[in-house]
Write a protein that binds this ligand. Structure first.
Ligand code: LFR
Length: 491
C-alpha cells in the first residue's frame, strides 16, 4: 500500500492515549483519538494499576479511531515497562498488576544480587539495578497463590494485546526490562530464571517489533465498530523503545532524553557496554528496535513535578503548571539542587517536603515557595541530564554533538534551555508525541508503507515543523559544574 491509517495505543504512567496516524512515504499525520488519565490505585495491601480500565479506555480510543478511519490497517500498543499481569491456565488474570512504585520489593534487590552476583547479573542482562525490575517483583511474589497458579507472565502491553486478540506473546524490547532476558541473544535467560527460583513456564514465546501479534477477536472488532479483523502488530512495546525510534536525528552522534514521568537519558548503540565502570554507573543496555541497544540511565523525571503538584493541590492550593514554570524561570538558578535519583523520591507521597529536606541536608536553603521548589526541581533534572549524558558518552566512547529531548518534557522550555546550558550542547526539542510516532512508524513499515532502517523512519520525524533548538548559554557551564560537585555527582 502507498499509505495507511494505524492506531498507536500509548499508555504512560500518568496518562494514556490512542493516536490515529495516517502515514505515507512523505509524512506521518497524528490525530488524537482519545486521551485519559492514568495513575496508581491504592488498596489496603498494595499499589495497583487499574488494568481493566486500561482495556476499556483502549477500546474507547480504538472505537474513535475506527470512526475516523474505517479502513484502519493495524493497531500497536506500548506502555511503561517492568509491570506485568499473571494468567492462569484458562487465560484469566490472577489479580491486578502491581504498580512499580509499590514498596513490596524493599530489600529484595540486595538479596537477589547477593545470591546471583552483581557482575553476573550485569553480564547476562546488561540492566541497571532498579528496585522495580520484574526480576525483583517476581521474587517478591514468590510464595503467593497468584504466582503458584500462574501459567504465563505478560507485561502490560502484551496483556492488553492478549485481551484484544486472544494471542499471548512477549515483545522483546519490553522483555529486556525484566532483567531476565539475555542482552546478547535476546532470548529469555533460562539459567537466570532457574537460579532465581522463578517458574520457567510463565515466560512465553518472544516476538520482535514488526511481527504480527494476532487479529482482533470478533467481539472486540464489534465493540470498536471494525467490520474486518484488524491485525495487532508488535511495536517497540516499551514506550522508551518507541520514543527513541522517533528521535529526529540526522546522524548517530546524538544523546536522547525521553522525558515524561521519567527522563531516560542515553545513547543508541549497536552493541551493549558491559564494563565494570558501566555497571558501577548503573547504566542499562535495553533492547531497541532493529537490534539496537538503548544505553541509558533512568533519571527520576517530571514525576518530581507531577507529585509536587498533586501534593499542593491536595492541600488546597490552586496552582497551574505554566504559571509556575514561568515564575520559576524568573527565579535565580542553582540556588538549591538535589540528586533527583535518590530512592527516597520514588514512592508517591509529599514530594515538596522530601525535596526541601534534601536541600537542607545538602547545606542549602529550603525553597521558600512553590515557584522556588519548581526551580529546584528543573535545575536538579538538568543537572542529572548533564551527568547522564557525560557519563554515557565516556562509558560508550561515543561523540555527542546534540541532545534530543522527546516526549512531554520537550514542551518544558525552562527544562530544555537549562539542559542545553548544563550539557553545554544544543538541545533539539520534540516531537512531544515521539512514543506514539515511533509506535506508528514500526507498524507502517510492517505494512509495507515504509521501508528501510531507523535512519529512513527518522527522516519522517525530522519534517516535524514544531521541532525547536535551544543553544547553550555561553559561559554557563562553570556554574553547572560547581553545582554538580555540591550534590556529589560530577559525572
Ligand atoms: C518510561 C518507563 C521507563 C521505565 C519506567 C518504569 O515510561 O518505561 O523506561 O524504567 O517507565 O516502567
Amino acid at each position: 500500500p502507498r499509505s495507511a491509517a494505524v492506531a498507536a495505543v500509548d499508555l504512560g504512567a500518568s496518562s494514556g492515549r490512542v493516536m490515529l496516524a495516517e502515514v505515507d512515504r512523505e509524512r506521518l499525520t497524528l490525530t488524537e483519538a482519545h486521551r485519559f488519565d492514568n495513575g496508581p490505585v491504592r488498596l489496603p495491601d498494595a499499589l495497583y494499576w487499574d488494568a481493566l480500565r486500561l482495556h476499556t479506555e483502549t477500546l474507547a480510543g480504538l472505537r474513535a479511531a475506527v470512526a475516523r478511519r474505517p479502513d484502519l490497517a493495524s493497531i500497536g500498543i506500548d506502555s511503561w515497562a517492568v509491570d506485568y499481569g499473571l494468567l492462569d491456565a484458562g487465560g484469566a488474570l490472577l489479580g491486578n498488576p502491581v504498580h512499580y512504585r509499590d514498596p513490596r520489593t524493599d530489600g529484595v534487590p540486595e538479596r537477589v544480587v547477593g545470591a546471583l552476583g552483581a557482575q553476573r547479573l550485569y553480564q547476562t542482562t546488561g540492566l541497571q539495578l532498579l528496585p522495580f525490575n520484574t526480576l525483583f517483583q517476581l521474587t517478591a511474589a514468590l510464595g503467593t497463590s497468584a504466582l503458584a497458579a500462574a501459567q504465563r507472565m505478560l507485561l502490560v502491553p502484551d496483556l492488553l494485546s492478549y485481551w484484544l486478540t486472544g494471542v499471548a506473546g512477549s515483545e522483546v524490547t519490553n522483555a529486556s526490562t525484566t532483567q531476565l532476558l539475555d542482552v546478547r541473544t535476546r532470548e529469555w535467560s533460562t539459567e537466570l530464571i532457574a537460579q532465581a527460583g522463578l517458574p520457567a513456564r510463565i515466560f512465553g514465546p518472544l516476538r520482535r517489533p514488526g511481527d504480527a501479534a494476532g487479529d482482533l477477536l470478533p467481539e472486540i472488532g464489534t465493540a470498536i465498530g471494525a467490520t474486518w479483523p484488524v491485525p495487532v502488530t508488535a511495536v517497540g512495546s516499551h514506550d522508551t523503545a518507541s520514543a527513541v525510534v522517533a528521535v529526529p536525528a540526522a546522524h548517530d552522534r546524538f544523546a536522547f532524553i525521553s522525558c515524561g514521568t521519567w527522563s531516560l537519558v542515553g545513547l543508541e548503540l549497536t552493541a551493549p557496554v558491559l564494563s565494570p565502570a558501566s555497571r558501577a554507573a548503573n547504566f542499562s543496555n535495553e533492547a531497541g528496535v532493529d537490534g539496537t541497544i538503548r544505553y541509558l540511565r533512568n533519571v527520576m523525571g517530571l514525576w518530581l513535578l507531577q507529585e509536587s503538584l498533586r501534593t499542593w493541590r491536595a492541600g488546597g492550593l490552586t496552582l497551574e503548571l505554566p504559571e509556575l514554570l514561568a515564575e520559576a524561570a524568573r527565579r535565580p538558578g542553582l540556588a538549591a539542587v538535589v540528586d533527583p535519583d535518590d530512592p527516597e523520591f520514588l514512592p508517591p507521597g509529599d514530594m515538596p517536603t522530601r525535596l526541601a529536606k534534601a536541600c537542607v541536608r545538602l547545606g542549602q536553603p529550603a525553597p521558600a515557595d512553590p515557584a522556588a521548589l519548581v526551580r529546584c526541581i528543573v535545575d536538579s533534572l538538568a543537572l542529572a541530564h548533564r551527568a547522564a549524558v557525560r557519563q554515557a558518552r565516556e562509558l560508550a566512547g561515543r561523540d555527542v554533538e546534540v541532545v534530543h529531548i522527546v516526549g512531554g518534557g520537550a514542551r518544558n522550555e525552562l527544562l530544555c534551555q537549562l539542559t542545553a546550558d548544563a550539557c553545554g550542547l544544543p538541545v533539539v526539542a520534540g516531537p512531544v508525541e515521539a512514543t506514539a510516532i515511533g509506535n506508528a512508524l514500526v507498524q507502517a513499515r510492517a505494512l509495507g508503507v515504509l521501508d528501510g532502517g531507523l535512519t529512513e523512519l527518522r527522516a519522517l520525524t525530522r519534517r516535524d515543523g514544531a521541532l525547536r533548538t535551544y543553544r547553550p548559554t555561553p559561559g554557563a557551564e562553570a556554574a553547572w559544574r560547581a553545582a554538580a560537585e555540591r550534590i556529589g555527582r560530577s559525572g
